[in-house]
Design a protein around this ligand. Structure first.
Ligand code: CMP
Length: 478
Protein backbone atom coordinates (compact mmCIF):
# COMPACT_ATOMS: atom_id res chain seq x y z
CA UNK A 1 0.00 0.00 0.00
CA UNK A 2 1.56 3.36 -1.01
CA UNK A 3 1.27 6.32 1.33
CA UNK A 4 0.52 9.85 0.07
CA UNK A 5 3.52 12.24 -0.01
CA UNK A 6 4.29 14.19 3.18
CA UNK A 7 3.10 17.53 1.82
CA UNK A 8 -0.36 16.05 1.12
CA UNK A 9 -0.47 14.52 4.58
CA UNK A 10 0.36 17.78 6.40
CA UNK A 11 -1.40 20.32 4.16
CA UNK A 12 -4.88 20.05 5.77
CA UNK A 13 -3.70 19.98 9.44
CA UNK A 14 -1.39 22.94 8.71
CA UNK A 15 -4.31 25.00 7.36
CA UNK A 16 -6.39 23.95 10.38
CA UNK A 17 -3.56 24.94 12.74
CA UNK A 18 -3.38 28.37 11.06
CA UNK A 19 -7.15 28.86 11.34
CA UNK A 20 -7.35 27.72 14.98
CA UNK A 21 -4.22 29.70 15.87
CA UNK A 22 -5.77 32.86 14.47
CA UNK A 23 -9.10 32.16 16.19
CA UNK A 24 -7.31 31.54 19.49
CA UNK A 25 -5.41 34.83 19.16
CA UNK A 26 -8.56 36.84 18.27
CA UNK A 27 -10.77 35.20 20.90
CA UNK A 28 -8.24 35.66 23.71
CA UNK A 29 -8.08 39.37 22.83
CA UNK A 30 -11.89 39.69 22.73
CA UNK A 31 -12.62 37.99 26.04
CA UNK A 32 -12.68 40.79 28.66
CA UNK A 33 -11.00 40.54 32.07
CA UNK A 34 -13.34 39.57 34.94
CA UNK A 35 -13.98 42.77 36.91
CA UNK A 36 -13.53 42.74 40.65
CA UNK A 37 -16.84 42.14 42.43
CA UNK A 38 -18.38 40.57 39.30
CA UNK A 39 -21.88 39.20 39.50
CA UNK A 40 -22.65 35.48 39.18
CA UNK A 41 -24.03 36.12 35.71
CA UNK A 42 -20.73 37.80 34.67
CA UNK A 43 -18.72 34.95 36.18
CA UNK A 44 -20.69 32.34 34.20
CA UNK A 45 -20.32 34.28 30.94
CA UNK A 46 -16.60 34.68 31.57
CA UNK A 47 -16.16 30.98 32.32
CA UNK A 48 -18.01 30.07 29.11
CA UNK A 49 -15.76 32.43 27.10
CA UNK A 50 -12.63 30.99 28.72
CA UNK A 51 -13.85 27.47 27.92
CA UNK A 52 -14.40 28.45 24.26
CA UNK A 53 -10.84 29.86 24.08
CA UNK A 54 -9.46 26.63 25.63
CA UNK A 55 -11.33 24.45 23.09
CA UNK A 56 -9.94 26.51 20.19
CA UNK A 57 -6.51 26.34 21.80
CA UNK A 58 -6.76 22.52 22.11
CA UNK A 59 -7.84 22.35 18.45
CA UNK A 60 -4.80 24.44 17.49
CA UNK A 61 -2.37 22.21 19.39
CA UNK A 62 -4.05 19.06 18.08
CA UNK A 63 -3.63 20.28 14.47
CA UNK A 64 0.01 21.08 15.14
CA UNK A 65 0.52 17.69 16.81
CA UNK A 66 -0.96 16.04 13.69
CA UNK A 67 1.57 17.85 11.51
CA UNK A 68 4.44 16.98 13.86
CA UNK A 69 3.51 13.28 14.20
CA UNK A 70 3.13 12.83 10.44
CA UNK A 71 6.41 14.58 9.76
CA UNK A 72 8.20 12.58 12.48
CA UNK A 73 6.70 9.35 11.17
CA UNK A 74 7.98 10.08 7.65
CA UNK A 75 11.42 11.04 8.95
CA UNK A 76 11.74 7.96 11.20
CA UNK A 77 10.74 5.53 8.44
CA UNK A 78 12.84 7.29 5.87
CA UNK A 79 15.82 6.56 8.15
CA UNK A 80 14.56 2.97 8.68
CA UNK A 81 14.40 2.42 4.91
CA UNK A 82 17.89 3.86 4.48
CA UNK A 83 19.39 1.62 7.15
CA UNK A 84 17.52 -1.63 6.51
CA UNK A 85 17.06 -1.32 2.78
CA UNK A 86 13.35 -2.18 2.85
CA UNK A 87 10.05 -0.49 3.74
CA UNK A 88 8.97 -0.69 7.41
CA UNK A 89 5.85 -2.81 7.94
CA UNK A 90 2.68 -0.74 8.18
CA UNK A 91 1.90 -2.21 11.61
CA UNK A 92 5.14 -0.75 12.95
CA UNK A 93 4.33 2.66 11.45
CA UNK A 94 0.84 2.64 12.92
CA UNK A 95 2.10 1.72 16.39
CA UNK A 96 4.77 4.40 16.20
CA UNK A 97 2.15 7.01 15.28
CA UNK A 98 -0.17 5.80 18.05
CA UNK A 99 2.52 6.25 20.70
CA UNK A 100 3.27 9.78 19.41
CA UNK A 101 -0.42 10.71 19.34
CA UNK A 102 -0.99 9.49 22.90
CA UNK A 103 2.08 11.39 24.11
CA UNK A 104 1.07 14.55 22.28
CA UNK A 105 -2.51 14.22 23.62
CA UNK A 106 -1.24 13.84 27.20
CA UNK A 107 1.05 16.87 26.87
CA UNK A 108 -1.76 19.02 25.38
CA UNK A 109 -4.25 18.01 28.11
CA UNK A 110 -1.69 18.75 30.78
CA UNK A 111 -0.81 22.15 29.31
CA UNK A 112 -4.32 23.33 28.49
CA UNK A 113 -6.57 21.71 31.11
CA UNK A 114 -3.91 20.80 33.65
CA UNK A 115 -5.10 17.17 33.44
CA UNK A 116 -2.39 14.69 34.34
CA UNK A 117 -2.26 11.09 33.09
CA UNK A 118 -2.46 9.97 36.71
CA UNK A 119 -5.82 11.70 37.06
CA UNK A 120 -7.09 9.92 33.98
CA UNK A 121 -5.94 6.49 35.18
CA UNK A 122 -8.97 5.40 37.32
CA UNK A 123 -11.26 6.38 34.48
CA UNK A 124 -9.02 4.84 31.87
CA UNK A 125 -8.80 1.58 33.83
CA UNK A 126 -12.58 1.26 33.70
CA UNK A 127 -12.60 2.37 30.09
CA UNK A 128 -9.88 -0.19 29.40
CA UNK A 129 -12.03 -3.01 30.78
CA UNK A 130 -15.05 -1.90 28.75
CA UNK A 131 -13.00 -1.42 25.60
CA UNK A 132 -11.07 -4.64 26.20
CA UNK A 133 -14.30 -6.62 26.28
CA UNK A 134 -15.76 -4.82 23.27
CA UNK A 135 -12.59 -5.01 21.22
CA UNK A 136 -11.56 -8.54 22.17
CA UNK A 137 -11.06 -9.70 18.56
CA UNK A 138 -9.46 -6.46 17.42
CA UNK A 139 -6.97 -6.50 20.28
CA UNK A 140 -6.29 -10.19 19.63
CA UNK A 141 -5.47 -9.30 16.04
CA UNK A 142 -3.26 -6.44 17.20
CA UNK A 143 -1.21 -8.58 19.58
CA UNK A 144 -0.96 -11.44 17.08
CA UNK A 145 0.19 -8.84 14.56
CA UNK A 146 2.88 -7.64 16.94
CA UNK A 147 4.13 -11.19 17.50
CA UNK A 148 4.03 -11.77 13.72
CA UNK A 149 6.36 -8.81 13.28
CA UNK A 150 8.65 -10.06 16.02
CA UNK A 151 8.79 -13.65 14.64
CA UNK A 152 8.81 -12.64 10.98
CA UNK A 153 7.71 -16.09 9.75
CA UNK A 154 7.06 -14.54 6.32
CA UNK A 155 7.37 -11.23 4.53
CA UNK A 156 5.61 -9.26 1.85
CA UNK A 157 6.18 -11.06 -1.48
CA UNK A 158 6.37 -14.60 0.01
CA UNK A 159 3.82 -17.21 -1.02
CA UNK A 160 1.89 -18.64 1.91
CA UNK A 161 -0.86 -21.21 2.37
CA UNK A 162 -3.27 -20.63 5.24
CA UNK A 163 -6.21 -23.00 5.47
CA UNK A 164 -7.52 -23.37 1.96
CA UNK A 165 -5.98 -20.13 0.69
CA UNK A 166 -2.68 -19.89 -1.14
CA UNK A 167 -1.33 -16.61 -2.44
CA UNK A 168 1.31 -13.91 -2.38
CA UNK A 169 1.52 -11.76 0.78
CA UNK A 170 0.59 -8.20 -0.14
CA UNK A 171 0.69 -6.56 3.28
CA UNK A 172 0.82 -7.32 6.99
CA UNK A 173 -1.20 -4.80 9.03
CA UNK A 174 -2.18 -4.59 12.69
CA UNK A 175 -5.42 -6.39 11.88
CA UNK A 176 -4.83 -8.87 9.08
CA UNK A 177 -2.53 -10.34 6.47
CA UNK A 178 -3.63 -9.54 2.95
CA UNK A 179 -2.86 -12.19 0.33
CA UNK A 180 -3.52 -12.23 -3.38
CA UNK A 181 -4.52 -15.70 -4.57
CA UNK A 182 -3.53 -17.11 -7.94
CA UNK A 183 -7.04 -16.34 -9.21
CA UNK A 184 -6.27 -12.69 -8.40
CA UNK A 185 -8.64 -12.65 -5.43
CA UNK A 186 -7.70 -10.67 -2.35
CA UNK A 187 -8.09 -12.60 0.90
CA UNK A 188 -7.74 -10.97 4.32
CA UNK A 189 -6.73 -13.43 7.03
CA UNK A 190 -7.02 -12.08 10.60
CA UNK A 191 -3.75 -12.14 12.53
CA UNK A 192 -5.31 -14.34 15.24
CA UNK A 193 -6.14 -16.92 12.57
CA UNK A 194 -2.54 -16.77 11.33
CA UNK A 195 -1.30 -17.27 14.89
CA UNK A 196 -3.50 -20.35 15.40
CA UNK A 197 -3.25 -22.06 11.99
CA UNK A 198 -0.27 -23.89 10.60
CA UNK A 199 1.08 -21.91 7.67
CA UNK A 200 3.12 -23.14 4.73
CA UNK A 201 5.62 -20.46 3.71
CA UNK A 202 7.51 -20.39 0.43
CA UNK A 203 10.04 -17.57 0.84
CA UNK A 204 10.39 -15.18 -2.07
CA UNK A 205 14.12 -15.77 -2.48
CA UNK A 206 14.23 -19.35 -1.22
CA UNK A 207 14.89 -22.47 -3.25
CA UNK A 208 11.31 -23.60 -3.61
CA UNK A 209 10.65 -26.88 -5.35
CA UNK A 210 7.60 -28.34 -7.06
CA UNK A 211 6.72 -31.92 -7.92
CA UNK A 212 4.94 -32.85 -11.14
CA UNK A 213 3.64 -36.38 -11.74
CA UNK A 214 3.46 -38.33 -14.97
CA UNK A 215 3.30 -41.95 -16.12
CA UNK A 216 4.89 -43.96 -18.90
CA UNK A 217 4.09 -47.33 -20.37
CA UNK A 218 5.70 -50.43 -18.86
CA UNK A 219 7.44 -51.08 -22.18
CA UNK A 220 9.37 -47.77 -21.98
CA UNK A 221 12.78 -48.14 -20.37
CA UNK A 222 12.89 -46.21 -17.06
CA UNK A 223 16.51 -45.21 -17.65
CA UNK A 224 15.58 -43.65 -20.99
CA UNK A 225 12.41 -42.00 -19.68
CA UNK A 226 14.29 -40.47 -16.74
CA UNK A 227 17.10 -39.23 -18.97
CA UNK A 228 14.75 -37.77 -21.60
CA UNK A 229 12.59 -35.94 -19.07
CA UNK A 230 15.59 -34.54 -17.21
CA UNK A 231 16.98 -33.23 -20.49
CA UNK A 232 13.59 -31.79 -21.48
CA UNK A 233 13.53 -29.69 -18.31
CA UNK A 234 16.71 -27.87 -19.23
CA UNK A 235 16.15 -24.31 -20.39
CA UNK A 236 12.48 -24.40 -19.37
CA UNK A 237 11.57 -20.89 -18.32
CA UNK A 238 11.57 -20.24 -14.56
CA UNK A 239 13.21 -23.63 -13.78
CA UNK A 240 16.42 -23.02 -11.78
CA UNK A 241 19.44 -23.91 -13.91
CA UNK A 242 21.89 -24.61 -11.14
CA UNK A 243 19.88 -27.36 -9.45
CA UNK A 244 19.36 -30.41 -11.66
CA UNK A 245 15.75 -31.61 -11.59
CA UNK A 246 15.19 -35.00 -9.96
CA UNK A 247 13.21 -37.52 -11.98
CA UNK A 248 12.32 -40.77 -10.23
CA UNK A 249 9.88 -43.65 -10.17
CA UNK A 250 7.27 -43.26 -7.46
CA UNK A 251 5.14 -46.30 -8.10
CA UNK A 252 4.10 -49.11 -10.38
CA UNK A 253 0.54 -48.32 -11.34
CA UNK A 254 -2.21 -50.38 -12.92
CA UNK A 255 -1.58 -49.10 -16.38
CA UNK A 256 1.97 -47.75 -16.29
CA UNK A 257 5.10 -46.80 -14.39
CA UNK A 258 4.42 -43.70 -12.28
CA UNK A 259 7.14 -41.05 -12.16
CA UNK A 260 7.63 -37.73 -10.46
CA UNK A 261 9.84 -34.84 -11.45
CA UNK A 262 11.03 -32.47 -8.75
CA UNK A 263 12.31 -29.13 -9.97
CA UNK A 264 13.26 -25.81 -8.40
CA UNK A 265 11.84 -22.43 -9.44
CA UNK A 266 13.37 -18.99 -9.78
CA UNK A 267 10.04 -17.28 -9.08
CA UNK A 268 7.71 -19.41 -6.99
CA UNK A 269 4.71 -17.13 -7.52
CA UNK A 270 4.55 -18.44 -11.11
CA UNK A 271 4.45 -22.13 -10.18
CA UNK A 272 1.16 -22.82 -11.96
CA UNK A 273 2.52 -21.68 -15.32
CA UNK A 274 5.80 -23.46 -14.72
CA UNK A 275 4.11 -26.76 -13.81
CA UNK A 276 2.15 -26.47 -17.05
CA UNK A 277 5.32 -25.77 -19.04
CA UNK A 278 7.05 -28.76 -17.46
CA UNK A 279 4.13 -31.03 -18.45
CA UNK A 280 4.31 -29.62 -21.96
CA UNK A 281 8.06 -30.38 -22.16
CA UNK A 282 7.40 -33.92 -20.94
CA UNK A 283 4.85 -34.42 -23.70
CA UNK A 284 7.32 -33.33 -26.38
CA UNK A 285 10.08 -35.48 -24.87
CA UNK A 286 7.75 -38.48 -25.01
CA UNK A 287 6.87 -37.70 -28.60
CA UNK A 288 10.52 -37.40 -29.69
CA UNK A 289 11.56 -40.60 -27.96
CA UNK A 290 8.56 -42.69 -28.94
CA UNK A 291 7.41 -43.19 -25.34
CA UNK A 292 3.76 -43.84 -24.56
CA UNK A 293 1.52 -42.22 -21.96
CA UNK A 294 -0.44 -45.14 -20.53
CA UNK A 295 -4.17 -44.97 -20.91
CA UNK A 296 -6.26 -45.87 -17.90
CA UNK A 297 -6.91 -49.29 -19.39
CA UNK A 298 -5.55 -52.75 -18.80
CA UNK A 299 -3.74 -54.58 -21.52
CA UNK A 300 -3.96 -58.36 -21.36
CA UNK A 301 -0.92 -60.03 -22.89
CA UNK A 302 -1.49 -63.50 -24.26
CA UNK A 303 1.94 -65.01 -23.88
CA UNK A 304 3.24 -67.72 -26.20
CA UNK A 305 6.29 -69.05 -24.39
CA UNK A 306 7.67 -71.00 -27.33
CA UNK A 307 7.69 -68.11 -29.75
CA UNK A 308 8.54 -65.25 -27.40
CA UNK A 309 11.28 -64.84 -24.89
CA UNK A 310 11.65 -62.59 -21.83
CA UNK A 311 10.73 -59.07 -22.90
CA UNK A 312 8.99 -60.25 -26.03
CA UNK A 313 11.91 -60.71 -28.42
CA UNK A 314 11.29 -63.54 -30.86
CA UNK A 315 13.25 -66.79 -30.67
CA UNK A 316 14.72 -66.12 -34.12
CA UNK A 317 16.14 -62.78 -33.03
CA UNK A 318 17.74 -64.39 -30.02
CA UNK A 319 19.06 -67.30 -32.12
CA UNK A 320 20.66 -64.73 -34.43
CA UNK A 321 22.26 -63.04 -31.46
CA UNK A 322 23.60 -66.37 -30.17
CA UNK A 323 25.10 -67.17 -33.57
CA UNK A 324 27.27 -64.03 -33.22
CA UNK A 325 28.83 -65.41 -30.00
CA UNK A 326 32.21 -66.98 -30.85
CA UNK A 327 31.77 -70.26 -29.00
CA UNK A 328 28.31 -70.84 -30.49
CA UNK A 329 29.25 -70.08 -34.09
CA UNK A 330 29.71 -73.79 -35.01
CA UNK A 331 26.07 -74.55 -34.02
CA UNK A 332 23.48 -75.28 -36.71
CA UNK A 333 20.42 -73.00 -37.06
CA UNK A 334 18.25 -75.72 -35.52
CA UNK A 335 20.56 -75.97 -32.52
CA UNK A 336 20.70 -72.21 -32.16
CA UNK A 337 16.89 -72.02 -32.25
CA UNK A 338 16.63 -74.75 -29.63
CA UNK A 339 19.17 -72.95 -27.44
CA UNK A 340 17.33 -69.62 -27.82
CA UNK A 341 13.98 -71.24 -27.04
CA UNK A 342 15.28 -72.80 -23.83
CA UNK A 343 16.95 -69.63 -22.59
CA UNK A 344 15.39 -66.55 -21.02
CA UNK A 345 16.06 -62.84 -21.49
CA UNK A 346 16.40 -60.49 -18.50
CA UNK A 347 16.82 -56.73 -18.26
CA UNK A 348 19.00 -54.99 -15.62
CA UNK A 349 19.27 -51.33 -14.60
CA UNK A 350 22.72 -49.69 -14.55
CA UNK A 351 24.59 -50.76 -11.41
CA UNK A 352 22.49 -53.86 -10.72
CA UNK A 353 24.42 -57.00 -9.83
CA UNK A 354 23.76 -59.95 -12.13
CA UNK A 355 26.21 -62.37 -10.55
CA UNK A 356 27.68 -62.28 -7.04
CA UNK A 357 31.11 -63.71 -6.26
CA UNK A 358 30.90 -66.79 -4.04
CA UNK A 359 27.33 -67.73 -5.03
CA UNK A 360 26.54 -71.11 -6.59
CA UNK A 361 25.64 -70.89 -10.24
CA UNK A 362 24.11 -73.27 -12.73
CA UNK A 363 23.61 -70.96 -15.69
CA UNK A 364 25.64 -68.72 -17.96
CA UNK A 365 24.69 -65.48 -19.70
CA UNK A 366 25.11 -63.80 -23.06
CA UNK A 367 24.92 -59.98 -23.25
CA UNK A 368 22.16 -59.26 -25.76
CA UNK A 369 22.18 -55.45 -25.23
CA UNK A 370 24.30 -53.04 -23.22
CA UNK A 371 27.39 -54.13 -21.29
CA UNK A 372 28.61 -55.52 -17.97
CA UNK A 373 31.62 -55.02 -15.71
CA UNK A 374 33.44 -57.98 -14.20
CA UNK A 375 34.57 -56.85 -10.77
CA UNK A 376 36.71 -58.38 -8.08
CA UNK A 377 37.36 -57.19 -4.55
CA UNK A 378 40.91 -56.06 -4.17
CA UNK A 379 42.16 -54.78 -0.80
CA UNK A 380 38.63 -53.99 0.29
CA UNK A 381 37.70 -52.05 -2.86
CA UNK A 382 35.86 -53.28 -5.88
CA UNK A 383 37.93 -53.20 -9.08
CA UNK A 384 36.73 -53.75 -12.64
CA UNK A 385 38.94 -56.28 -14.40
CA UNK A 386 36.99 -56.56 -17.62
CA UNK A 387 34.16 -54.90 -19.54
CA UNK A 388 32.05 -57.30 -21.63
CA UNK A 389 29.87 -55.88 -24.41
CA UNK A 390 27.10 -57.15 -26.66
CA UNK A 391 27.60 -60.79 -27.76
CA UNK A 392 30.05 -61.61 -24.92
CA UNK A 393 29.27 -64.36 -22.42
CA UNK A 394 29.90 -64.71 -18.70
CA UNK A 395 29.01 -67.01 -15.80
CA UNK A 396 30.43 -70.02 -17.65
CA UNK A 397 33.07 -70.80 -15.00
CA UNK A 398 30.66 -71.83 -12.26
CA UNK A 399 28.33 -73.49 -14.75
CA UNK A 400 31.01 -75.71 -16.27
CA UNK A 401 33.13 -76.49 -13.23
CA UNK A 402 30.59 -76.50 -10.40
CA UNK A 403 32.79 -74.05 -8.44
CA UNK A 404 31.35 -70.90 -6.79
CA UNK A 405 31.15 -67.75 -8.89
CA UNK A 406 34.60 -66.20 -9.20
CA UNK A 407 33.66 -62.52 -9.60
CA UNK A 408 30.85 -59.98 -9.38
CA UNK A 409 29.22 -59.10 -12.68
CA UNK A 410 27.41 -55.76 -12.69
CA UNK A 411 25.35 -54.04 -15.41
CA UNK A 412 27.40 -51.07 -16.64
CA UNK A 413 24.35 -49.53 -18.33
CA UNK A 414 20.83 -50.70 -18.97
CA UNK A 415 21.58 -54.25 -20.05
CA UNK A 416 19.74 -57.29 -21.35
CA UNK A 417 21.19 -60.75 -20.90
CA UNK A 418 20.18 -64.15 -22.17
CA UNK A 419 20.39 -66.84 -19.50
CA UNK A 420 21.31 -70.37 -20.60
CA UNK A 421 20.82 -73.19 -18.13
CA UNK A 422 22.78 -76.37 -17.34
CA UNK A 423 20.43 -78.72 -19.21
CA UNK A 424 20.48 -76.70 -22.42
CA UNK A 425 24.30 -76.81 -22.44
CA UNK A 426 24.46 -80.53 -21.72
CA UNK A 427 22.31 -81.26 -24.77
CA UNK A 428 24.65 -79.13 -26.86
CA UNK A 429 27.79 -80.79 -25.53
CA UNK A 430 26.44 -84.17 -26.60
CA UNK A 431 26.08 -83.11 -30.23
CA UNK A 432 29.05 -80.65 -30.27
CA UNK A 433 32.00 -82.11 -28.38
CA UNK A 434 34.22 -79.28 -29.73
CA UNK A 435 32.23 -76.81 -27.68
CA UNK A 436 33.77 -78.14 -24.46
CA UNK A 437 37.20 -77.51 -25.90
CA UNK A 438 36.36 -73.91 -26.88
CA UNK A 439 34.87 -73.21 -23.47
CA UNK A 440 37.79 -74.61 -21.54
CA UNK A 441 40.07 -72.28 -23.51
CA UNK A 442 37.95 -69.29 -22.57
CA UNK A 443 37.84 -70.36 -18.93
CA UNK A 444 41.60 -70.77 -18.76
CA UNK A 445 42.14 -67.31 -20.24
CA UNK A 446 39.80 -65.74 -17.75
CA UNK A 447 41.42 -67.57 -14.88
CA UNK A 448 44.69 -66.04 -15.93
CA UNK A 449 43.01 -62.65 -15.73
CA UNK A 450 41.75 -63.46 -12.24
CA UNK A 451 45.15 -64.67 -11.11
CA UNK A 452 46.69 -61.40 -12.21
CA UNK A 453 44.61 -59.82 -9.44
CA UNK A 454 46.35 -61.33 -6.47
CA UNK A 455 43.58 -60.66 -3.94
CA UNK A 456 40.80 -61.78 -6.25
CA UNK A 457 39.15 -65.13 -5.58
CA UNK A 458 41.01 -67.75 -7.54
CA UNK A 459 39.51 -70.66 -9.31
CA UNK A 460 41.02 -74.04 -8.84
CA UNK A 461 44.12 -74.14 -11.01
CA UNK A 462 43.98 -76.79 -13.75
CA UNK A 463 45.94 -77.68 -16.80
CA UNK A 464 43.96 -77.41 -20.02
CA UNK A 465 43.43 -81.19 -20.10
CA UNK A 466 42.55 -81.25 -16.43
CA UNK A 467 39.88 -78.62 -16.98
CA UNK A 468 38.49 -80.48 -19.99
CA UNK A 469 38.06 -83.68 -18.07
CA UNK A 470 36.55 -81.80 -15.13
CA UNK A 471 33.90 -80.30 -17.40
CA UNK A 472 33.22 -83.68 -18.95
CA UNK A 473 32.88 -85.29 -15.54
CA UNK A 474 30.66 -82.51 -14.29
CA UNK A 475 28.34 -82.83 -17.27
CA UNK A 476 28.59 -86.66 -17.25
CA UNK A 477 29.69 -86.69 -20.86
CA UNK A 478 31.95 -89.76 -20.76
P1 CMP B 1 31.62 -67.27 -12.94
O1 CMP B 1 32.77 -67.55 -12.09
O2 CMP B 1 30.54 -68.25 -13.09
O3 CMP B 1 30.98 -65.86 -12.45
C1 CMP B 1 31.76 -64.69 -12.58
C2 CMP B 1 32.12 -64.55 -14.04
O4 CMP B 1 32.96 -63.49 -14.37
C3 CMP B 1 32.94 -65.75 -14.49
O5 CMP B 1 32.14 -66.89 -14.42
C4 CMP B 1 33.38 -65.29 -15.85
O6 CMP B 1 32.39 -65.47 -16.79
C5 CMP B 1 33.60 -63.84 -15.60
N1 CMP B 1 35.03 -63.54 -15.46
C6 CMP B 1 35.86 -63.94 -14.46
N2 CMP B 1 37.11 -63.50 -14.72
C7 CMP B 1 37.07 -62.85 -15.90
C8 CMP B 1 38.08 -62.21 -16.71
N3 CMP B 1 39.35 -62.17 -16.32
N4 CMP B 1 37.67 -61.66 -17.86
C9 CMP B 1 36.37 -61.72 -18.26
N5 CMP B 1 35.41 -62.32 -17.52
C10 CMP B 1 35.76 -62.89 -16.37
Amino acid sequence: MTRPPLKNQVAVPLVLAAVFGLAWYVLSRLVPELPAGATDQQRMTHAANEWAVTVVQIAFWMSLALVAVRALNELAFFLFRKRKGYEAPSLMRDLFSLVLYVTAGAVILKYTLDLSFGALLPGSALLGIVLGLALQDTLGNLFSGISLHADKPFQVGDVITVGKHTGVVMSITWRAVKIKTFSNHIVLVGNTVIAKESIEVCPQNGQNARIVFFSAAYTDSPVKVIHAVREAMREAENVLRYITPVVRIRGLGDSGVEYEVKYWLSDYTRYNDTDALVRQRIWYAFRRNGFTFPFPTRTVFMEEPAAQNGDGRGTETLAELLSAVDIFSPLTPVELNALAASSSNHVYAPGETIIRAGDDGDSMFVVSRGGVDVRVDSNGTSRTISRLGEGAFFGEMALFTGEPRTANVVAAEETEVLEIGHDAMRNLFRTNPDLVEALSHAINERRAGLLANASAPRGEEDTHDGLLSRIRRFFRLD
